[in-house]
Design a protein around this ligand. Structure first.
Ligand code: MG
Length: 172
């Protein structure tokens, strides 16, 4: 039950995802969500800490692509200064944008990690293509409108996991 929404792993932030860990898993590329995964959904630019993390990851030979459901203006403004390829209005959990991300990196799905903060979009879509999946704790407590609805569904999954005694990072 709820398996389609489940990540392989829960982490507190992207900073727990290290090149060493990724190389050990055979990961060569990351498809990452933007809002509330890399930075707060209402923060326009990358933080110095995030830039340092991206450099570390990319210097280790791992490619990174942003796949976001947000609008072009938001995603471009964020990604272009970082020289990161990006896909906007991705319509996750539909799998088209994930497939385009794989094509951009020229990697098979088993060598790619999906990093995201939402089960209903990021994890569901990535699981459908059998990517490796890691769910990060949302950077901000607040969300945009559509995300608020997805969070209601997500809470049910977390309640189920808690009943089953499966450990996540979320206590409530
Ligand atoms: Mg997000």
């Amino acid at each position: 039950m709820y398996k389609r929404f489940m990540p392989r792993e829960f982490v507190d932030s992207v900073y727990d995802v290290t090149p060493e860990k990724l190389h050990a898993l055979g990961i060569r590329g990351i498809i990452t969500d933007l809002d509330n995964t890399l930075v707060e959904w209402d923060r326009a630019d990358a933080t110095p800490e995030l830039m340092a993390w991206l450099k570390l990851i990319r210097d280790s030979g791992i490619q990174v692509v942003i796949v976001s459901n947000n609008k072009e203006a938001r995603v471009k403004h964020f990604a272009a200064p970082l020289d990161l390829p990006y896909i906007f209005q991705a319509r996750k959990p539909l799998t088209n944008a994930f497939q385009r991300g794989l094509q951009l990196m020229n990697l098979p799905s088993h060598q790619v990690l999906m990093l995201g903060d939402q089960m209903m979009t990021d994890m569901l879509g990535a699981n459908a293509l059998h990517l490796h999946t890691i769910l990060v704790k949302p950077v901000a407590q607040s969300d945009g409108l559509v995300t608020k609805l997805n969070r209601r569904l997500e809470r049910r999954v977390f309640n189920y996991l808690r009943k089953k005694g499966i450990e996540t990072w979320r206590e409530k």
